[in-house]
Ligand binder design. Structure first.
Ligand SMILES: Cc1cc2nc3c(=O)[nH]c(=O)nc-3n(C[C@H](O)[C@H](O)[C@H](O)COP(=O)(O)OP(=O)(O)OC[C@H]3O[C@@H](n4cnc5c(N)ncnc54)[C@H](O)[C@@H]3O)c2cc1C
Length: 572
């Protein structure tokens, strides 16, 4: 039996964190924070993690969901960065999370004949770096595709514009599931994880600016109470909120983190016939068209964002920009009516600042992420990307304990995430599992891709309550059991958590989850003991959120989109 991120876990985690001093307290339940909690817990340290909202509710559920080396960094000659990310890609795919990470084929269309040797050499280098890395490459090698073949592979692409393409592989993952699974793995290794708990200040062992941080003050947003949590060291992994957290220590800013907005669109799979995804260059960045189950994800943009950090909003201008770019590739252009889902995320863009004469130390560990130590007892980690979370986490914990007498080493490269174990065996047994459970083989495959070896726990639930083996009304590609399991095992506490992050109903249905909201809330009510007032409130809040997002997506500017979106605040 694996550890359950249940309501009882939250209560006991907060109890444990407030009664004895921890070795390490992590602030932020995005990919970097949960990675740091797992890294520290598996070194044998006592660990707590506080997240102000839901796990992955910040940037880490809003990425392009690629586990990749980053082809475009090759053009910037950032070889070390690409190699590191490719190694992490191989490690995640073949050892740490084979149940969650999967290979995706991409076509890089060639507009000019001269591009073939240039792009071909770049992609050969990309594959070569993955093949000579520390871990298995795990994906097929690239292949040159010529015009006729391209027309067969991607009949909806305007092949007359292209001299063929190069097909190569990267990987993808449901980012929010990866975060939740790492948090659960950390809890399974003893970490105390509490969501809806906001850090509001730092505990210091003196009055001066340089006084050591010895813990945090926090607000339990559900229990409406203030807490004090003591720790030998605090690791801040607050992404785009890093500046806010730095303000709590009184002007000891060592990292300057700006937010850059990127949006994505979801369209139905049958709108673009193609065996592979696409990547092309845009003026500022790259355009991805990524296969995602029965859909395509199209992204992304890259614009400064100065508004609400918790609810970045996509404007009509953003959506038009993406449609305009993707339509250059397509024979039959997409329009707003094809868009099922939209999301916006904020990249934590790092501008390192080392102020002369100030105490502390900033270590630029790679082009992409930085670890800083503004005052004793506090470590800041920011930047980077989803793919390299494990390296960031390791660097942050190494830094946090660098002056300790005993400094256990990171072992996360040898710690498969929950569900990785038995994934292969259960996959081999898929037909037998289908017969035993009465679920179709396709449904078993869906469950294996989300739970891996933990499928047994979901099937146990269905055995006890066979009605949970039915599709969720309004979003039948998920089972009712998945809603219940999200609450009992995966830390979901609100309807939004279930429809937006534990499942992706909010971006995978044309009505954005409106029909599924009531049935899902009733399943949650049963599991969490909600009364009808609370259940209605959850549904009402979700519907208001969907409406606010839809309104924001009609607005021409960021400011107007933000004003429309913030009309539906979070429920706690
Ligand atoms: C559009 C876009 C596309 C991307 N695509 C990719 C991709 O395909 N592949 C890839 O590898 N990377 C990608 N990235 C980058 C990647 O998503 C981010 O680097 C990563 O998710 C950042 O994680 P984080 O943990 O630093 O931040 P977050 O996920 O934002 O986590 C920070 C957490 O801290 C919490 N927090 C803040 N303040 C407090 C407080 N006071 N108390 C308690 N908790 C607090 C927040 O609520 C939040 O949950 C993309 C990013 C964007 C925006």
């Amino acid at each position: 039996m694996t550890y359950q991120l249940s309501p009882e876990h939250r209560a006991s985690a907060l109890g444990a964190m407030t009664t004895s001093e921890l070795d390490v307290l992590v602030v932020g339940g995005g990919i970097v924070g949960v990675g740091a909690a797992l890294d520290a817990a598996t070194r044998g340290l006592s660990v707590g993690l506080l997240e102000q909202r839901d796990l992955a509710s910040g940037t880490s559920s809003r990425s392009s969901k690629l586990v990749h080396g980053g082809l475009r960094y090759l053009e910037m000659f950032d070889f070390a960065l690409v190699k590191e990310a490719l190694e992490e890609r191989g490690l995640l795919l073949t050892r740490l999370a084979p149940h969650l990470v999967r290979p995706v084929p991409f076509l890089y269309p060639l507009e000019h004949a001269w591009e073939r040797p240039y792009v071909g050499a770049g992609i050969a280098l990309y594959d070569g770096m993955a093949m000579t890395g520390k871990y298995d490459m795990g994906v097929p090698r690239h292949k040159h595709i010529f015009r006729k073949q391209l027309a067969r592979m991607a009949p909806d692409i305007r092949t007359d514009n292209f001299h063929g393409a190069i097909r190569y592989y990267d990987c993808q993952v449901d980012d929010a599931r990866l975060v939740m699974t790492i948090a659960r793995t950390a809890a399974n290794n003893g970490a105390h994880v509490a969501t809806r708990t906001k850090v509001t200040g730092f505990l210091r062992d003196g009055d001066g600016d340089g006084a050591r941080v010895v813990g945090v003050r926090a607000r339990d947003l559900e229990g409406q109470r203030d807490l004090e949590i003591r720790a030998k060291v605090v690791i801040n992994a607050a992404g785009v909120w890093t500046d806010e957290v730095q303000d709590l220590i009184g002007g000891q800013d060592q990292l300057d983190v700006d937010a850059s907005k990127g949006i994505h669109l979801v369209v139905p799979k049958d709108r673009i016939r193609s065996e592979c995804g696409f990547i092309t260059k845009t003026e500022k960045s790259v355009l991805f068209v990524i296969p995602w189950d029965q859909f395509w994800i199209i992204g992304t943009t890259d614009t400064a964002w100065d508004f609400d950090l918790a609810h970045p909003a996509a404007s009509r201008t953003d959506i038009d920009y993406l449609l305009g770019h993707v339509n250059r590739l397509l024979k039959d252009p997409l329009d707003h009516r094809d868009v099922i889902g939209v999301w916006a995320g904020l990249r934590p863009l790092l501008k390192p600042m080392r102020k002369e004469g100030e105490m502390g130390e900033t270590t630029k560990l790679s082009r992409e992420h930085t670890v800083a130590n503004p005052v004793p007892g506090l470590v800041l980690v920011a930047g980077g990307k989803l793919t390299t979370y494990r390296v960031m986490a390791k660097d942050a914990v190494d830094h946090a304990i660098r002056e300790w007498v005993a400094r256990p080493a990171s072992i996360t490269e040898r710690v498969p995430l929950l569900g990785a174990y038995a994934h292969e065996a259960r996959t081999n047994q898929r037909v037998a599992l289908s017969r035993a459970s009465g679920l179709e083989v396709g449904v078993i495959d869906h469950l294996l891709g989300r739970y891996g070896g933990l499928i047994d726990e979901v099937l146990d639930l269905i055995r006890e309550r066979p009605e949970l083996g039915e599709g969720l009304s309004g979003a039948e590609h998920y089972l009712a059991a998945e809603v219940v399991y999200a609450v009992t095992h995966e830390g979901a506490r609100h309807l939004d958590d279930v429809l937006t992050r534990r499942t992706r109903v909010s971006i995978e249905t044309f009505d954005r989850g409106v029909q599924a909201a009531r049935p899902a809330a009733e399943l949650m009510a049963h599991a969490l003991g909600w009364d009808t007032v609370r259940t209605d409130d959850e549904v009402d809040h979700y519907l208001r959120r969907v409406e606010a997002e839809k309104q924001s997506q009609l607005m021409p500017t960021d400011q107007e989109a933000d004003e429309a979106r913030v009309k539906a605040p979070d429920i706690v």
